[in-house]
Design a protein around this ligand. Sequence first.
Ligand SMILES: *[C@@H]1O[C@H](CO)[C@@H](O)[C@H](O)[C@H]1NC(C)=O
Ligand SMILES: *[C@@H]1O[C@H](CO)[C@@H](O)[C@H](O)[C@H]1NC(C)=O
Length: 412
Amino acid sequence: MERWIVFGVCCWCWLAASAQALESVFGAYNLELEFPSPQERQRALRDGLYDPGSVIPIDVDVYYKHGDATPSIFVTIPRFAKGVPYSLAYVTNEMRPNGTLLQAYPSYEWHKSHGADCNGLTSVYRTQIDECGRMWILDSGEIDFIQHCPPQLYAIDLESGKVAHQYKMPKRLYKEGVSRFVTPTVELDPHNCDVGFVYMADSIGDGIVVYDVAAQQSWRIENKFTYPHPDFGTFTIAGESFQLWDGTVSTTLTPHGLGGRRMMYFHSLSSEWQMAIPLDVVNNGSNWRLNDVSAALDQFQLLGKRGSQCVAAAMSESGFLICGLVQPASLLAWNIRTGYSHQNLVMLVEDEQRLQFASGLKIVRNHEGKEELWVLSNRLQKAFGAGLDYKEINFRIQKCGVQELLSGRPCN
Ligand SMILES: *[C@@H]1O[C@H](CO)[C@@H](O)[C@H](O)[C@H]1NC(C)=O
Ligand SMILES: *[C@@H]1O[C@H](CO)[C@@H](O)[C@H](O)[C@H]1NC(C)=O
């Protein structure tokens, strides 16, 4: 914790912490995707179901099997457009010219229908692995704003590959062809993984859907705080600008054991506002009548404004909220025991080169029980703008121990 003492008193602490470098785990010029056969690859290319220029990874997830020091690494590849042969994959050991080969997860079959079979996966933005070794997969059900299937949530047991849970969202909770469910946050009862809540951020529909797993009931939270803000619709990264008009992108929860009333923190992608609301208010469905934008409005707190957009966020067990800041490209940390003001926002790593659009961020426990931060970056400003330069590393996965990161010690 040295850094908090040394730099915790300065004003804009950004530069102080920027010497830190994350450990690189994966880098690719473009994604290399495995197909069941060369013929299937040709067919996908010919039918417009595979366009190598459309495969942009968004999220990373990491799973340490019990006692195993080498984790499984998963990435999501949303179907922003047609041309994405599968939307969820894992990193294999096989090197290819453009990067390490990816393989479809759970299987190629799950993705093959491109929206025709709603019991497969249509488009996945982000996932979360729970403490019972199950991956919660949030499927937006749409491809390029065509709603092929209802948004749905799957939990897949990573050991057996079996479906542990499936939930299709009822029509009243999403906006067909508008909603885009991008991030699940899962919190289950430590003694019973079939009891708990999943919070699903709808970034284009501007809301949060809360799902009570045991009761299989859900409700929607939507009001002025879940929306984007006009001053933050333009994103500028490494000198290039593009537009994103996205509401709520991330939710995180106060860790257990810190005492006091637990909170949910959330923010819109196109906004500088950091919001909070008591978790018991969120979890009580009777507070949220449909289409009531004034429901429980007095419970929402604007904690502060950070001056730029944050993409993904994660919470450490010690109570640091870490997010991928857009400008400057960096990881920003806030100790939740302090006010959300500039003197309490610390830039842990700043790297214009290697953190361009940190869209995937996870804190996971490794095989020794130690917290690690994993981040995926993807140069989205180029993908959505002038196009990617495939002579550069465009997609990276990097990591660091959370303690090392917060105290300024080297990552490896
Ligand atoms: C690497 O990716 C680029 C861009 O998609 C592509 O043009 C090129 O053919 C790929 N190279 C190989 C060896 O697959
Ligand atoms: C849920 O909220 C309602 C008001 O909307 C309140 O009457 C009720 O006591 C709350 N339930 C719990 C368990 O807190």
